[in-house]
Design a protein around this ligand. Structure first.
Ligand code: PLP
Length: 400
């Protein structure tokens, strides 16, 4: 440990890694664990996209490319933003990277000075605060409430902005709550941001395609074009196209910011995989009609897991409009005693109980900045989900 740099002490090991390790250990010892912890769709990458990757290899498309992405990919990204979000970008205003994660990290590292604040509405994706800390910034968590559908309110935003604020991170549809900001809600936040010209906004739209009616996706730069020069719109193919392993994300924003991110990328990872870029061109340009079927399957699973939660005394949640997570309140479970005689004192205890007693893996809300809650990722096979629901109901009924 004496060889590690001080900056490493500013980040915590992923709070979800502990559970992942236990899941792996249990599975390896032969236990049939159902994993509702994974932030990943169970659908396969569509065949025509896979084929584009195979074609790229066969055609020798296997060398370095331009750091920010091939011309063909940039064109596909520009067309995507224009077609789906009514956003206009030039080639020097878009960049592709090895996942949305790398782009978010590079954007923060390129812009945050020591002590500057980044506003992060909670519950949040686990990586944001640690990325800010690695960039020497100060994560400023704004606690959102279940009563507001887990969405940041304009007055809360206004109260949180200081002269030191550098960024606001907005994530819709949200991980872990599934909350989706409406155009009107974004407009209210935009009013506040128009009065704060020193604040940049990161719109993390990675779950864009996973919205359920009547919720409709909207993004801040589209809602308020006057803010566009201060917004980095981040997206990718991991969630909407079930391409997590291909590692492609992309972003659109002001040329100065894209150029700064490109410099960092050029000195760290260079271009994202040429093969994955070729596949992403096809993903973005060809018909994505399969998404309607995916959403229908996810909607069915969403209702299945909600029925399970509603059936259990001590668990509650609202139907999440987007992504593939339910963020369930488990305060009614605290204080209960397990058949082995331990008392549940926190959401971590409850998660461990479900893993031990039901062999179902979930994640504690405290990892996402809100407790006591339970994040349940329901993007798994229907029969397995049924089985998981039955196990959870049985384990909860055994509590006293
Ligand atoms: N943003 C959010 C909110 C996420 O949940 C994730 C993945 O879990 C990412 C970004 C990163 O996605 P990618 O696979 O493109 O790096």
């Amino acid at each position: 440990a004496e060889f590690t740099a001080p900056r490493l002490r500013r980040v915590r090991p992923s709070p979800t890694a502990v559970i992942s390790d236990r899941v792996r250990a249990l599975s390896e010892s032969g236990v049939d664990v159902i994993n509702l912890g994974e932030g990943e769709l169970d659908f396969d990458t569509p065949d025509h996209i896979k084929q584009a990757g195979i074609d790229a290899i066969v055609q020798g498309d296997t060398k370095y490319t331009a750091v920010a992405g091939t011309a063909a990919l940039k064109k596909a990204i520009i067309n995507k933003f224009s077609r789906e979000n009514q956003l206009t970008y030039q080639p020097n205003e878009v960049i592709a990277g090895s996942g949305a994660k790398q782009l978010i990290f590079n954007a923060l590292l390129a812009t945050v000075s020591a002590g500057q604040e980044v506003l992060i509405p909670a519950p949040y994706w686990v990586s944001y605060p640690d990325m800010v800390a690695l960039a020497d910034g100060e994560p400023r968590i704004i606690a959102c409430t279940e009563d507001n559908g887990w969405k940041l309110q304009a007055d809360e935003l206004k109260a949180a902005i200081t002269p030191e604020t550098r960024w606001l991170i907005l994530n819709s549809p949200n991980n872990p709550t599934g909350a989706v900001y409406s155009t009107g809600e974004l407009r209210a936040l935009a009013e506040v941001l128009l009065d704060a010209p020193h604040v940049l906004v990161m719109a993390d739209d990675i779950y864009e395609h996973l919205c359920h009616q009547p919720a409709e996706f909207a993004t801040l730069a589209q809602v308020e074009p006057r803010l566009a020069s201060r917004i980095l719109t981040v997206n990718g193919v991991s969630k909407g196209y079930s391409m997590t392993g291909w590692r492609i994300g992309y972003a659109g924003g002001p040329a100065w910011l894209i150029s700064a991110m490109q410099i960092l990328q050029s000195q760290s990872t260079s271009n994202p995989s040429s093969i994955s870029q070729a596949a992403t061109v096809v993903a973005l340009e060809q018909d994505n009609g399969f998404l309607a079927d995916w959403r229908e399957a996810l909607d069915k699973r969403r209702r299945r897991i909600m029925a399970c939660i509603n059936q259990i005394d001590g668990l509650s949640a609202e139907l999440p409009p987007g992504a593939f997570y339910v963020f369930a309140n488990c305060s009614g479970m605290l204080g209960k005693t397990t058949p082995k005689g331990t008392t549940l004192a926190s959401d971590v205890d409850f998660v461990e109980y479900l893993l031990d007693a039901a062999h179902v893996a979930t994640l504690q809300g405290s990892a996402f900045g809100a407790s006591p809650y339970l994040r349940i990722a329901y993007a798994i096979d229907d029969l397995r989900l049924d089985e998981a629901c039955e196990r959870i109901v049985r384990a909860c009924a055994a509590l006293r």
